[in-house]
Design a protein. Structure first.
Length: 264
């Protein structure tokens, strides 16, 4: 009985070896340069202080009046994340076409640079910039999510278009179809499920980001949490934190179910 041997592993190039060595050296240098006080972090006094702090949150405030405020904040957080993601998806599709090289190399390079700048700036920084012009409230938070997510989705959409098979579109063009019709009927249907999956995943992330943006005055549950923590109203803050967790779990489950429906 003959035994089948596995093929030999491909040889790694010198550039790959140097890159791995450089990353390992960077990790080692990070541990050596940072003052990590693990012993103090797990000391008895730190544990007692943390336990006392957490006991201050109990029990959460579940009074009807406060729960109505929490539900209003949760609805505002969902609206911010949903609208910000929708605006980003529309802008991302528009920018993905030149970013995928369909309008020439200069347009591709320029659009890619715009997308890189958009996604390299965190949502909190976008919110701090927009708050100066738009003022406090969910409008600034929505725009901050839209600007950052546009950079992320635009890059992902462009990569999806570049990685799609060119044969169906080329076949339609050979048979006399116009460029727009060939794109809409051949290339776009290939990438739409992937684009929808990316959009839903970013919506999950934007729910968390929307809750954090409220800490800088962008509305929603985050703004409520900052308000009650600043006044040391720990029972109300606990309720807001639990609402954040429930909201994230709800959106995660909904997004997962939608992705499963699209991939069947």
């Amino acid at each position: 009985m003959s035994m089948h041997r596995m093929p030999a592993a491909p040889r790694r190039s010198m550039a790959t070896r140097l890159l791995l060595l450089g990353m390992a050296a960077l990790v080692i240098a990070s541990f050596g340069s940072l003052s990590l006080q693990w012993r103090e972090f797990f000391s008895d006094s730190a544990m007692q202080t943390t336990a006392e702090f957490l006991r201050g949150f109990m029990p959460p405030d579940v009074s009807p009046a406060f729960m109505r405020k929490v539900l209003t904040g949760a609805a505002e957080t969902i609206a911010m994340s949903a609208l910000g993601t929708l605006l980003a998806a529309i802008a991302g599709i528009a920018l993905a076409l030149p970013a995928a090289g369909r309008l020439g190399r200069p347009a591709r390079a320029c659009t890619r640079m715009i997308l890189n700048v958009s996604r390299s700036i965190p949502e909190l920084v976008w919110a701090a910039i927009i708050l100066v012009a738009a003022g406090l409230g969910p409008f600034a938070g929505t725009l901050a999510l839209a600007f950052h997510t546009t950079g992320v989705l635009g890059r992902l959409f462009a990569d999806a278009l570049e990685n799609s098979s060119p044969l169906p579109e080329a076949s339609l063009r050979i048979n006399g179809a116009g460029a727009l019709a060939a794109f809409l009927y051949a290339t776009l249907p290939q990438t739409v499920p992937q684009m929808m999956s990316y959009t839903l995943y970013r919506w999950e992330n934007n729910i968390r980001a929307a809750a954090i943006l409220g800490m800088v005055g962008a509305g929603g549950l985050g703004q409520m949490l900052k308000y009650h923590l600043s006044l040391f109203q720990m029972h109300q803050a606990a309720t807001v934190i639990l609402a954040m967790l429930a909201l994230v779990a709800l959106v995660d489950g909904l997004s997962f179910a939608l992705r499963r429906m699209m991939t069947r």
